[in-house]
Ligand binder design. Sequence first.
Ligand code: ATP
Length: 300
Amino acid sequence: VGVFYRPLDKIAAVMETYPKGIAGFRRYQELLATAPDIADRPGAVAVKALTGDIGFHDVSFGYTPGRPVLSGIDLAIRAGQTVAFVGPSGAGKTTLLSLVPRFYEPTGGRITIDGLEIADMTLASLRRNIGIVQQDIFLFGGTIRENIAYGRLDASEAEIVEAARRARLDGLLAALPEGLDTVVGERGVKLSGGQKQRLAIARIFLKNPPILILDEATSALDTETEREIQLSLDELSQGRTTLVIAHRLATIRHADRIVVVTPAGIAEDGPHDELVARDGIYRRLHMAQTQGMGMDEVAP
Ligand code: ATP
C-alpha cells in the first residue's frame, strides 16, 4: 500500500481542480514529480474538523536557493474570514496560498491552523480540511455523479443531489436525459467552462471543508455565467475561511480584508473602503481596474 498510497493521495488532493490551462497543468505535473519529499513527519497528527484560524508566522519561501519569492510573511486570519489577495503577476499570491495545503514547505517560519503547525498534521487530514477551486477544472472521463462524489467518496445519493443543487447544477441535470449518469469528458458530453466550475463547486459542497482556496478566473466566462458562479462561490464561502486570489473587483469588495502582495512583501492589508481611502497601491489598482486596465499595468 505504501508505494501506491502516497502518490495517489497527493494526486487526489491536487487534482481536485485543474489549474490554469497547459501552463498550470505542467506546473502541477512538475509539482507531483518534484515534491515527493513532502511527507508526514514521524508522529504527525491526523486532525479532525479544523475551525480554520490560519496563521503565517515569519514565513519565507523560494523555489530555488538564493531566490526568495516570499519572506517575512506574517498574517493572522480568523476562522470564517474572507481574505482577498491581490497584486501584480508574479508577486507570489499563488505561491503563498499553495503553502497552506503544503504543496510546498516554507523555507523559514511556520504556518498554523487552529494554533497547530500544519507540518505536524498528516497531509491527508490537512487536505481534507481544504477545498480548492481554480480556473480550469479537472474532470474524470466518468459520470457527473462520479465527478461530484470525488469530493467525498462515501457520500450518499441524497448528499450528491443536494451538492449539485447548491452548486446550481440542477438546471443542467434536468436538461440531460441521463441526469447524474451522464458521462462527461472526451467520450461524453463536453461541459462548458461555467458548468465545470459548478461541478467543482458541487464537489466542495460535498466535501464541506472549513477552509476554501479560490484562484479566480480572469476571463473565460460570460457576464451572466460569471455572476451566477459568483453567487455559488459566495454561498460556498459562507462559514468557511476563504482565501481568494482576486482578479475581479466584485470579489474584492465583498472580502472582509484585502491583502496586497508585491514582490517586496505584503504592502497593504485592510477592508476595501479603508484601502481605497488610503493613497497606496490598492487605490491605484482599484482606479486602474475601474478604467479597464489590468493589475499588471500598475507600478507598485
Ligand atoms: P499571477 O497573478 O500571475 O498568478 P502570482 O502573484 O500568483 O502571479 P506566483 O505564481 O506565486 O505569483 O509566482 C511568484 C514567483 O515564483 C514568480 O517569479 C514565478 O515565476 C515563480 N514561480 C512560480 N511557480 C514556480 C515554480 N513551480 N518553480 C519555480 N518558480 C516558480
